[in-house]
Design a protein around this ligand. Structure first.
Ligand code: FAD
Length: 370
């Protein structure tokens, strides 16, 4: 894990260039050739995720003696997202798992898993969509648990959890049936009482190791509990959970701008009549990046105004991802309509930025509810 030292964010406004540059280089050289196969669902890039972990991509946001800084993690995910939206999403899954463990007060758990997740030796994700929706009154919690000697028994099913496979872990939440309250824990996909069920093919994101997960009276030992009191824990990690998603959108928007630029020479004379131009997206991207970098320096901020800025930025990133990918399609014309062109992949990926929890509709509800 020595290389993680490289990834610590500098005290200046911009993250240390070395890690982000290195992630960008690996993405261009090693991820780009796999992007179409990942999109088609024939490849889950586990080896590449481990390699990115080795160079420090999943460790830069681990808080060191107090404050945390998410800037480098967001920029690294943007570099990945510029090449492949599905892999940027898996990067978010992994980084979010690291974020949970780094904030857990279960020190034994942190000692056992922290290094493994941050270094990419162990892979996994997060099953917090259902809980996040439940906290904002959208749906009920799907996992139920009860206390037994040395842990809990958990049952229920989650429809979609990504970046999974044999030996992977993910953080999620159950509701206590016995005494009430909610508990956050690490689910171990190797547990025989946990079943991963392949999902029906998606519009995109099929190479993301996404499964329906069934818990059939799973014994969750105390050693896998992230937070006995999940409500205050979620309050602590929720801004980070959302801010880390920003990297997916920033990278995707950047590539959509490149796509528009690439067709400027042959088609600029007519594309200039389109209502949305690369310049507008460059300005938007710069604005989002500035706001993201400002918010990412302070993910434990408890001010309501800070939280609303995080939610508002996430909403705008989802909208702008779809708008940029739509504009890229119109700029490309028939070139982008070819299955082999990445413009149509970017459009399908952009919708995911807008529908992954918190989805556009949930973000709007959160802002409306105050
Ligand atoms: C490719 C992919 C990967 C995902 N990865 C993760 C992940 O790693 N972790 C995670 O927590 N969430 C994951 N999700 C879920 C995602 O974050 C959102 O929760 C989901 O897209 C729906 O959000 P929504 O707010 O639009 O809810 P809606 O779609 O409005 O409603 C969701 C609810 O509707 C029901 N529902 C909708 N469609 C179906 C269906 N086809 N079958 C059965 N029930 C259905 C379910 O009760 C579900 O909870 C993933 C989704 C997709 C498509």
């Amino acid at each position: 894990m020595g290389s993680l030292a490289l990834s610590r964010v500098a005290a200046s406004d911009q993250p240390a260039p070395s890690l982000v540059d290195e992630v960008a280089r690996v993405s261009r050289q090693e991820l780009a050739p796999l992007a179409a196969a990942i999109d088609a669902g024939s490849v889950y890039p586990g080896e590449l995720l481990r390699r990115l972990g080795e160079i420090g991509a999943w460790g830069s946001h681990v808080p060191q003696e107090g404050p945390a800084d998410l800037r480098c993690a967001i920029q690294a995910m943007a570099a990945i997202g510029e090449v492949c939206g599905a892999t940027a999403f898996m990067a978010w899954c992994q980084n979010t798992l690291v974020w949970y463990v780094a904030n857990s007060t279960n020190l034994k758990l942190a000692a056992r898993f922290g290094n493994g997740f941050a270094s990419g030796r162990l892979l996994g994700g997060t099953g917090l969509s259902n809980p996040m929706k439940s906290f904002f009154g959208i749906e009920k919690l799907k996992l139920k648990g009860r206390k037994v000697e040395g842990g809990y028994i958990v049952r229920g099913a989650l429809p979609w959890v990504s970046n999974l496979g044999p030996g992977h872990y993910f953080g999620t939440i159950f509701e206590r049936e016995d005494e009430g309250g909610i508990v956050m824990f690490l689910a171990d996909c190797s547990d025989p009482a946990i079943t991963l069920q392949p999902c029906k093919p998606f519009l995109a994101m099929d190479g993301t190791g996404t499964y329906g997960v069934q818990f059939r009276d799973v014994f969750v030992p105390d050693e896998l509990i992230l937070a006995e009191q999940a409500a205050p824990f979620v309050k602590k990690i929720r801004a980070g959970f959302i801010l880390l998603q920003v990297g997916m959108g920033l990278g995707l928007i950047r590539d959509c701008i490149s796509i528009m630029d690439e067709v400027h020479a042959p088609l600029g004379h007519v594309n200039r009549y389109l209502p949305q131009q690369p310049l507008q997206f460059r300005e938007l991207h710069a604005e989002f990046e500035k706001e993201a970098m400002a918010l990412a320096r302070d993910p434990y901020n408890t001010d309501d105004s800070y939280w609303r800025r995080v939610v508002a930025l996430r909403l705008r990133i989802g909208d702008a991802s779809v708008a940029a990918a739509h504009a890229a399609m119109l700029h490309c014309g028939a070139r982008g309509y070819l299955k082999s062109h990445r413009a149509q992949r970017r459009l399908r990926e952009a919708y995911f930025v807008a529908i992954v929890t918190p989805a556009t509709k949930q973000l709007r509800k959160m802002l409306a509810d105050g």
